[in-house]
Design a protein around this ligand. Structure first.
Ligand code: FAD
Length: 298
């Protein structure tokens, strides 16, 4: 039976949100929440945060430090437009997110608060060292590292009545990217995803290497061992082989309905190799990430 239609409150002043959230639940794009509701979840009163988007820009860049403040309540399309080249890994992640229709509704706040290990904005944000800005029920503010915010599958560090206003990242380097593997090219939850960022020195060495992967652990995780194997190295075939060889130390995938742990380990190695040694024109774009259906279920 479809649950009763909830009361929808739509504040346009951020100062009103904490008061309205008492006994209610936040909704932003609704792309996750409405699926839960259709599955029978009761939610008598919803506080629609999308009306706050008109009160501030989607993305603000601090000219002095380069820090980016990303609104948690704007649609992903606006975030990608605002961040554009300033945050290539996130822009790429949004480009591969669901479909235009979903991207025009879904938000970073909603994506992170779902606590999904497959959330597509999380790897780029985690690799970039993001912090999450939260408003508490009494209107005070607190900030938590994204790494600490993500507690486990569908669990985040957000108390009842708290809401996420923004996510901030230090200036990302010019080189970064994102790649996901899903059951199909669009509208697919990731079997696995990877975000990367690094500086490329004039002599070709990579510095400040930061990698994060989703769907290979209870939360999105940094690939610290693999990144350490790449730090200050020129990504030759041997160096890439060495980094790929240690990736198992960073991940702990499990078998689930969508893919086996074996498949995910193989895809993890393939994605990292592909990020470091992109296929040249004429080569198959997914040459490193080609597990078969048989392997997927092994
Ligand atoms: C067809 C389809 C395709 C999808 N494809 C993808 C995909 O490719 N990649 C992917 O990662 N996800 C995907 N999703 C899942 C979903 O779209 C995302 O997780 C999306 O980012 C959720 O954002 P939202 O604003 O719609 O969240 P909502 O549905 O509005 O809310 C989700 C949860 O977050 C809470 N919440 C929302 N905003 C805030 C806030 N600012 N502060 C506190 N709590 C908040 C809500 O209370 C709720 O619990 C897909 C979903 C559908 C239906």
């Amino acid at each position: 039976m479809t649950p009763a239609t909830p009361t929808l409150l739509r504040p346009t002043d951020p100062a009103d949100v904490s008061r309205l959230l008492a006994g209610a639940r936040a909704v932003a794009g609704g792309t996750d929440l409405l699926v839960q509701r259709r599955a029978g979840a009761e939610m008598p009163t919803l506080v629609d945060l999308s009306g706050l988007a008109g009160t501030r820009p989607a993305v603000v860049r601090d000219d002095a430090t380069g820090e980016l403040t990303l609104s948690a309540v704007h649609p992903l399309t606006d975030i990608a437009d605002g961040a554009a080249r300033a945050f290539p890994a996130l822009t790429a992640a949004i480009g591969q997110f669901a479909s235009t229709t979903i991207r025009n509704r879904a938000t970073i706040g909603g994506n992170l608060v779902t606590g999904s290990p497959a959330a597509d904005t999380a790897p780029a944000l985690l690799a970039a060292g993001a912090v999450v800005d939260i408003v508490t029920p009494d209107g005070a503010r607190r900030t938590v590292d994204l790494a600490d915010f993500l507690l486990g599958p569908r669990r985040v560090d957000l108390a009842v009545g708290e809401w996420v206003t923004s996510v901030r990242v230090p200036q990302p380097p010019a080189e970064g990217g994102f790649r996901k593997i899903g059951g199909r090219r669009a509208q697919a939850i990731s079997f696995l995803n990877l975000a990367w960022q690094w500086h490329r020195e004039p002599d070709g060495r990579l510095t400040g290497v930061r990698l994060a992967m989703g769907s290979v652990a209870p939360t999105v995780v940094r690939l610290r061992t693999a990144a350490a194997a790449l730090e200050a190295q020129i990504p030759t075939q041997d160096v890439v082989d060495a980094a790929v060889a240690v990736i198992d130390a960073d991940i702990s995938p499990i078998d689930d309905l969508r893919a086996s742990a074996h498949y995910r380990r193989r895809c993890a190695r393939g994605l990292l190799r592909e990020a470091l040694l992109p296929p040249s024109p004429g080569e198959r774009p997914d040459q490193y990430v080609t597990p078969t259906t048989r392997e997927k279920n092994q």
